[in-house]
Design a protein around this ligand. Structure first.
Ligand code: A3P
Length: 295
């Protein structure tokens, strides 16, 4: 059921045993040749971990809280998405190459699939991780509505596929562990969705410092307000409402769906939760990385 596709649905291919959209796999040569620059800032996440949220926070900091400047284009065009490849749009690599420095870029790739030039550069990275239960639920609903990925199948099937890494971008467990480890070698600001939700001001300030900026409290007030779930859900530049229905059918599930911690409790059965916890313990054994499934 994983690779089955409806008529309009995109299919997945594989690179080094990691599932990725076929269009990305078909463009793999160009992606691998991409040249990072030392003054790039790379926003990196496993899908559905708060990518759009951190992108808006970073852009608002970059634009010093200027709301109008942040509305210059939709969020998914402001920061080139390195592995994006869907004609007729220019690829993520083409978009990044056309962008003047200092660039802010986005990727969902696990560490081992990054273009080799990444490891030669000293670019900064902001990684946002989200607890796997909420991430799974969010991903499931996203796959229901987005034509850019296969149909998710039933929730029961999806639950298994997610745990087994049989989703686009591969295993959540390997992704977060890989990037957590990369922290030893690289300048990475490692953030958690739950922390941003709990105390957005504190986390926005961390991002600001990491970006080497200093903004006064009134600007931070604006950034905090403008990047709230409620505001971003209303904002056509962040809520994907400009994406045609043939690509994202938000009548099935909105892109800005719930934006909370703990929605998994409305989806996981008691048995699934137990199975998940046992499996999680095994897969996360030996890492110092921990997650909060509720706040
Ligand atoms: P839910 O589906 O749980 O609502 P990504 O941008 O990586 O695709 O992640 C999407 C998830 O982040 C969705 O989660 C979405 O609602 C949530 N999100 C986006 N903006 C947010 C915000 N400002 N505050 C909280 N959650 C946000």
């Amino acid at each position: 059921p994983l690779l089955s596709e409806g008529k309009k649905r995109a299919s997945l291919g594989e690179v080094e045993r990691i599932f990725l959209p076929s269009t990305t796999v078909n463009n793999w040569d160009q992606i691998q040749k991409f040249r990072f620059k030392d003054d790039d800032l790379l926003i990196c996440t496993y899908p559905k971990s708060g990518t759009t949220w951190i992108q808006e926070i970073v852009d608002m900091i970059e634009q010093k809280g200027d709301v109008e400047k942040c509305r210059r284009s939709v969020i998914h065009h402001r920061h080139p998405f390195i592995e994006w490849a869907r004609s007729p749009q220019p690829t993520g690599v083409d978009q990044a190459n056309a962008m003047p420095s200092p660039r802010i870029l986005k990727t969902h790739l696990p560490t081992q699939l990054l273009p080799p030039s990444f490891w030669e550069s000293t670019c900064k990275i902001i990684y946002v991780a989200r607890n796997p239960k909420d991430c799974m639920v969010s991903y499931y609903h996203f796959q229901r509505m987005s034509q850019t990925l296969p149909e998710p199948g039933t929730w029961e099937d999806y639950f298994e596929n997610f745990m087994n890494g049989k989703v686009s971008c591969g295993s959540w467990y390997d992704h977060v562990k890989g990037w957590w480890k990369a922290k030893d070698k690289r300048q990475i600001l490692f953030l958690f969705y739950e922390d941003i939700k709990e105390n957005p001001r504190r986390e926005i300030q961390k991002v600001m410092k990491f970006m080497g900026k200093n903004l006064d409290e009134t600007i931070l007030d604006i950034i905090e307000q403008e990047t709230s779930f409620e505001k971003m859900k209303e904002n056509p530049m962040t809520n994907r409402s400009t994406v045609p229905k043939t690509i994202m059918d938000q009548s099935i599930s909105p892109f800005m769906r719930k934006g909370i911690v703990g929605d998994w409790k409305n989806h996981f059965t008691v048995a699934q939760n137990e199975k998940f916890n046992n499996d999680y313990k095994k897969k996360m054994e030996g890492t110092s990385l921990t997650f909060r499934m509720e706040i």
